[in-house]
Design a protein around this ligand. Sequence first.
Ligand code: KG4
Ligand code: ZN
Length: 353
Amino acid sequence: MFKNSKNQEVIFAIESSCDETAAAVLIGDIKSKKPSFKILSSVVKSQISLHKKMGGVVPEVAARAHLQNIFPVTQKAFKDSALLPSEVDFFSVSSGPGLIASLLVGVEFSKGLAMACGKKMIAVNHMEGHLYSPFAITQESKKVEIKFPILSLIVSGGHTMLVVQKNENDYKVIGSTVDDAAGEAFDKVAKLLGLPYPGGPQISKLAMNIKPEITFPRPMISSPNYDFSFSGLKTAVLYYTQKHSTKNNKEKAVIAASFEHAVVDVLISKAMRAAKEYNCKTVSLSGGVAANKLLRETLQKQCSANHLECIVPNFRLCTDNAEMIAIAAYFKLRGGYKPKSYKNIQADSSWEI
Ligand code: KG4
Ligand code: ZN
């Protein structure tokens, strides 16, 4: 693909904040009235099989795997895009939050590329990547136009957040988790039930078409703020498993379904309340837990009942990927972000948006 307007920029993106090594190439017009971009390539190398043996992500193992994967993943992203590193205008990288050793691999590797190509960089917060992932919908076949303000529900392995986005570049976090993130709770409950890592997909598979017969608590569902807490719910499941049998699949499935319903109830109830309070026209969902079928379907139903647009990204954009980092970088450029020298880019494991 060739540049056909002088405003078109090529953005290369790297994601390595946790256990996925990913690279993507985007071409987009940053001055167009409406967002206009195309993903030329997107490659994700998951480390799930590696961490499964240990029942969770081992930071040291993850960083070593990123080191091994980052070269072939980058090579493939360039090959698929039919572009060369020298044709990239900006190198973007997910610089935090995340596991520091994992972040360092992606950040330092990107800095090397930017330095060698003499190009500037865009530091993208990993959560900004999730926040912008539903915006891919603006370029899909139906070319949906997003109506602001948006109430964005971001649910991943490390974070649970509610964000109000007034326009493309103006957003504010209105609530987050005070303890465990939703994905973390899925993973821990899966472990209690003897299911392999990552637990989220396992729980939802087991819970499919099963009645949620156990009433687990809905922590902070009525609290007068938009924060979340999932640690107590996880403990309630632990106590339940200590008192009841979890030997057979039916017993496990009922626990999984009841837990899943409790999480979804809390997330949807707070998101819908926030959407109303902030007069939002759209509700968006993103992050690894956005791949959960019950959550996606319940949100879509609730939005249509409340006359709200609902934007939920394609499954491939829910769990970590570099496409979302490239999309966030594209929107940052549209919003006037000043790209930086590689010398001023640093990994920050606790970077908050
Ligand atoms: O966004 P993500 O890939 O990584 C972080 O930024 O943390 O999210 C990973 C999380 C894991 O906790 C995983 O169990 C959860 O997303 N997850 C799911 C599903 N698929 C992935 N949780 C519930 N249902 C799913 N189908
Ligand atoms: Zn993530």
